[in-house]
Design a protein around this ligand. Structure first.
Ligand code: IMP
Length: 178
């Protein structure tokens, strides 16, 4: 693998395809064990989670449901300011065992909003699976249940992750050349 250029920035190879696939199989195995006999609903957060979800699902041997949502923020009334809502969630979550599937957790702000919205829909349980986790910038207290890999606080692209919309289709992960 070589250095690549996306728009104005240069990126170098960081996590190879083989390593990624192995890490994802490990996560799948843990989920298979933890949810044995259950029928969880996996909710992928678009756009970034589409590749991770695709590969993760190939190694999940549970009877399960799969759905995708987008977190949209819009201007509410003057007093409420920014409001977040989930787009694309058609299923009822009541009584469901939900597993949120994220591409990367950085500060945890996105996850906190998602978690809040999902909890309001009265699921039986909510767990979080993320491909990548940056422990340094993470500012929240709640637990991330499944992490494929922890990475340093650097900007990465590929395998669903983008720089200004590009790079999502790369089958491996690259890190910004400093
Ligand atoms: P958080 O709300 O700070 O945890 O950020 C989460 C979102 O920011 C992710 O779902 C990504 O879309 C984006 N993000 C965070 N770090 C990176 C990165 O290194 N590369 C690409 N996107 C990132």
């Amino acid at each position: 693998m070589q250095t690549i250029k996306i728009k104005d920035l240069s990126f170098k190879p960081f996590i190879a395809e083989d390593e990624l696939q192995g890490l994802i199989k490990n996560v799948a195995q843990k989920i298979n064990n933890d949810y044995n006999g259950k029928t969880p609903l996996f909710i992928g957060i678009l756009n970034g989670s589409f590749m991770f979800m695709g590969d993760l699902m190939k190694s999940i041997d549970l009877e399960c449901l799969v759905s995708f949502v987008k977190l949209a923020s819009y201007e509410g009334t003057e007093t409420t300011g920014k409001v977040n809502k989930l787009i694309g969630l058609n299923e009822s979550l009541e009584g469901q065992d939900v597993i949120i599937v994220e591409d990367i957790v950085d500060t945890g702000n996105t996850l906190e909003k998602l978690h809040q919205i999902i909890q309001e829909k009265k699921p039986n349980s909510v767990k979080i699976a993320t491909l990548l986790f940056k422990p340094d910038p993470y500012k929240k207290n709640f637990k991330i249940d499944y992490i494929a890999k922890e990475i340093p606080n650097a900007f990465v692209v590929g395998y669903g992750l983008d720089y200004d919309g590009f790079g999502r289709n790369l089958p491996s992960i690259y890190v910004l050349n400093q």
